[in-house]
Design a binder for this molecule. Structure first.
Ligand code: COA
Length: 176
C-alpha cells in the first residue's frame, strides 16, 4: 500500500492506531495508548503519514509518525565549547520524543523522510519560539546509528538511553 503525500496531526477517529507496528513495543504502545492523551493535555504533538487508502473499517493505516514536545537541558550536559556561550539557567530545546516507521515500510527511505519532516516542522516553530537544539533519547543502538547518520551527536546518558542532539543552527542550514 502506498503512503499519502503529507504529514497530518493524529486523529483517533480517522487513523487506525491498532494496526501500527514498527517492531518496537514501546513505540507501538505510545502511539496506541498515549499519543492522543498527551495531545489532549497539551504536552506533545504527534504528526503522522497515513496510507493513501483506508482499511475496511474506514480508518487509515499509519505508515510513520513523529512526536515532538518542548524541553530544557542543563548547559553542563553540552560540550564545553558550546556550553560557555549559553546562560546558566535551563537551555530550551525541542524534544523529538518519538519517531517510527511501520515495519512494512522499513528500508524504503520513509524513516529519512519522517526525520526531515520533523526537523522542518521544528525549524518552522523555531521562527516563532527559539530553542537551542533538537534532542532525541535513543531507544537502542539501531536508533543511535540512524540519528548519527543524519548529523546528531551523542550528548549524555539519560534515563538509561543515549541522548543525542543537533544544534538548531545546523538544522537552519538545511532549510534556509
Ligand atoms: C529507525 C527507523 C525509523 C528507520 O526507518 P526506515 O524507513 O527503515 O529508514 P530509511 O529507509 O529511511 O533509512 C534511512 C537511512 O538510515 C539507515 N538506517 C535505517 N535503519 C537503520 C538502523 N537500524 N541502523 C543504522 N542505520 C539505519 C539506512 O541505511 C538509510 O541510510 P542511507 O540513506 O545511507 O541509505 C525504523 O527502523 C523504525 O521505525 N524502527 C523502530 C522504531 C525506532 O527504533 N525508532 C527510533 C526512535 S528512538
Amino acid at each position: 500500500m502506498s503512503w499519502a503525500n503529507a504529514f497530518i496531526e493524529l486523529d483517533k477517529a480517522i487513523h487506525d492506531r491498532s494496526s501500527f507496528d514498527c517492531g518496537e513495543a514501546k513505540l507501538n504502545s505510545f502511539l496506541q495508548t498515549q499519543a492522543t492523551k498527551h495531545m489532549e493535555v497539551g504536552v506533545s504533538r504527534t504528526m503522522l503519514l497515513p496510507a493513501s487508502a483506508p482499511l475496511p473499517n474506514g480508518k487509515y493505516p499509519i505508515c510513520a509518525f513523529y512526536t515532538i514536545a518542548p524541553g530544557a537541558i542543563s548547559r553542563e550536559t553540552l560540550p564545553k565549547a558550546l556550553a560557555k556561550k549559553l546562560p546558566c539557567y535551563p537551555v530550551p530545546v525541542f524534544l523529538l520524543a518519538q519517531l517510527a516507521v511501520h515495519s512494512e515500510y522499513h528500508g524504503q527511505g520513509l524513516g529519512k523522510i519522517t526525520l526531515i519532516k520533523a526537523l522542518e516542522y521544528l525549524f518552522e516553530v523555531n521562527a516563532h519560539m527559539r530553542a537551542y537544539a533538537i534532542i532525541v533519547d535513543c531507544l537502542n543502538d539501531d536508533a543511535e546509528q540512524f540519528y548519527l547518520k543524519f548529523g546528531f551527536e551523542a550528548l549524555c546518558e539519560y534515563d538509561g538511553r543515549t541522548r543525542m542532539f543537533i544544534p538548531m543552527k545546523t538544522v537552519a542550514q538545511l532549510f534556509s
